[in-house]
Design a protein around this ligand. Structure first.
Ligand code: NAP
Length: 261
């Protein structure tokens, strides 16, 4: 039986792509769409998907609850949507970025009758990039992360950059000090993440989502780069998560567990 899936943010850039991926997957059924900006409109019109569903303005307006809701919205909206999922025993697959540690704690205490998977990046290549950076971390003294995104991204640094640096910081505590003493232009060295690893956020028209992890040791550097050229790059990960979320009790952060990494 196909898993019934609903989409929060169904008219958004990611949400509309998710609607099409869910509709195209034989193991999933597109059962609901929520987006306040497109309330009452046909999903066919707003997401270009072969479906007769009408977009609901709020999850409270859904007549039937899907087994899984996928959320690619904005931070405040996602907080509300996840509370709704937890209260109703609906599994949540979440791509929205920017959650704090307090958010995660709250989700851990509220998702008791359904499961929640939050992944800062659903692109399988990006998950491998994070894993490779974590494996490389103990072998290098210096590292910096450059994340590059489209010019409509409102938060920085990206959730992927933060997660990468957190994992590298946890993998090694032997990072060299930053030698910079003079900042002619404030911020030129980027933001300082966990373990003092610098993160640089680029926002540029024409880009989608890209990241380069640079690691350096005496006489050598290693560059690990991932590029998402199109939002479809995230869809195999989203479909995998929606298909298997029922197997992952509580709150899971990252898709790694489903890739056996
Ligand atoms: P977007 O185009 O702005 O889409 C967000 C959509 O959510 C909009 O249509 C918005 O409607 C809608 N929305 C707002 N409040 C809502 C609510 N309460 N319930 C349901 N829908 C609501 O943004 P995007 O580029 O798709 O990105 C969305 C999120 O996904 C961001 O946090 C981004 O960082 C993240 N992201 C994650 C990944 C990953 O792999 N994890 C990949 C790409 C992007 P209005 O426009 O009317 O407000």
């Amino acid at each position: 039986m196909a898993v019934k899936v609903g989409v929060f943010g169904a008219a958004g850039r990611m949400g509309a792509t998710v609607c099409r991926a869910v509709a195209d997957d034989p193991g999933l059924e597109l059962a609901a769409a929520v987006d306040p900006g497109a309330a009452g409109e046909k999903l066919r019109t707003v997401a270009g998907v072969d479906s007769d569903l009408e977009v609901a303005g709020r999850p409270e307006h859904l007549l039937e609850h899907p087994e899984v809701m996928v959320d690619f919205t904005h931070l405040e909206a996602a907080r509300h949507n996840l509370a709704w999922c937890a209260e109703r025993g609906v599994h949540a697959v979440v791509g929205t970025t920017g959650f704090t540690e307090e958010d995660l704690e709250r989700f851990r205490s509220t998702f008791t009758s359904s499961n929640c998977l939050i992944a800062p990046n659903f692109a399988i290549g990006a998950i491998l990039m994070m894993r490779f950076a974590e494996l490389a971390a103990p072998w290098f003294d210096t590292a910096e992360v450059i994340e590059l995104h489209h010019d409509a991204k409102v938060d920085s640094p990206s959730g992927t950059a933060m997660r990468t640096v957190e994992r590298m910081a946890a993998a090694s505590d032997r990072w060299a000090d930053d030698p910079t003493t003079t900042h002619t232009v404030p911020g030129a060295r980027g933001g300082v993440g966990p373990a003092g690893i610098h993160i640089h956020a680029v926002r540029m028209r024409g880009m989608v989502a890209h990241q380069e992890v640079l690691l350096g040791a005496t006489g050598q550097t290693l560059s690990i780069r991932h590029d998402s050229y199109d939002r479809s790059s995230f869809m195999p990960g989203v479909v995998l998560a929606a298909t298997r979320i029922a197997e992952l009790p509580g709150v899971t952060v990252g898709l790694d567990v489903l890739l056996d990494l």
